[in-house]
Design a binder for this molecule. Sequence first.
Ligand SMILES: [Zn+2]
Length: 418
Amino acid sequence: MVHENRLTAINQFIEHCRKAPFYRERLPDELLSSIHEFKKIPLTTKEDLREISPFDLVCVPHKKLYQYHESFGTTGRPISTWVTKEDIRLHAKNINSGGLKFTKKDILLIRFPYAISSIAHNLHFAAQSKGACVIPASSRTTITPFTRVIDLMQKLKVTVLAGLPQQALLIAETAEIMGLEPSKDFPNLRAIFTAGEALTTGKRKLLEGIWGVPITDNFGMTEIGSGAISCQFGRHHIPGDECIFEILDNQLIKEVESGQIGNLVITTLKKQAAPIIRYVTGDRARILPGKCTCGEEYSFEHHGRSSEIIKLGSRILDCWDLTEIVSSFPCQRFWVAGPNAEGLKFVVEEEKSGDSVSTDLINNLEERYKLKLEIEIVPKGTLYDRKELFEVAEVGKPRYIYTAEELEQKTYLKPVKI
Ligand SMILES: [Zn+2]
């Protein structure tokens, strides 16, 4: 989905990227004469970025460097990124183009980690640039445990809560255990801002139902910045003049047909300090044609990490598919899934005593998804020990997918914090 009219912007960007030691040798010397030539530029991989971090992607003089971030490095050596003040302004502008319009009346509680990653800072800047007041309440510190977050939200009349979708769920769980009802006892809350996990339609509905407010979601990453943002109608859009999103086949050679799921490759057209050309993000996604009610021509759907999939024969199920199946269960807050001998197994926590998935529903789902399903309902607290909500503050991204062996050995009883 790269149009010829982007050629001038791409050529200007390539000129800028040549200032980086990493790109000097990799980019063509001549101006590109077609988008076809752009698609021949070598891909940039995570391994490349690990190799050249922290300095070889920098394209601006030292005095223009404004902030430094790294990926968490949970899956290997961390990846560095730098931003100029203009870069942060750009990410903020993108965040503010979404469905959540900050005003001077807003009190925003940010529950993203502030250490080393970028989303908390980009959002912080975005909200303040519109006059909102920010409460930094990082999830990766023992200073702001869940109970304190609840206290801050009520005491300070928080209007917008921001964090991983899982954080929004855990804060709601904490509130409920404290005897509060999220949709009633936080009357000033008007919106939730999420990022960091694929927000499927089912998960969005679950969280909006619990809190009674709309969600704006940001698909981004430390290396890229703020990426795609959801509009007031809940669909994600790509800031056309800032990024090029390509969806490539599994060989990473050509673009898939419009609307098909593939591997997301991003070019950041305006990032100054550490720009990236044709970056293989490791995410599954698709671009949906068809005008959104907000007026955007294309919508973007993030289907989760390419490494977090379940293979059943030649069939691939990603986080999007799994969450959509779970969204029809009567209990859907905490679950894990993996392959079993006959098909797909879910282990799901009951929400109220006696929750069950009827045979009719299982039959319907098996028919719709053309696979054999086993669903085990386990008591509340089996997959996530609620005592942790009152003991520690640190909670990472959730893990949903397990191997058949791990399911057999019930490894999910001791979930790994990522
Ligand atoms: Zn829209």
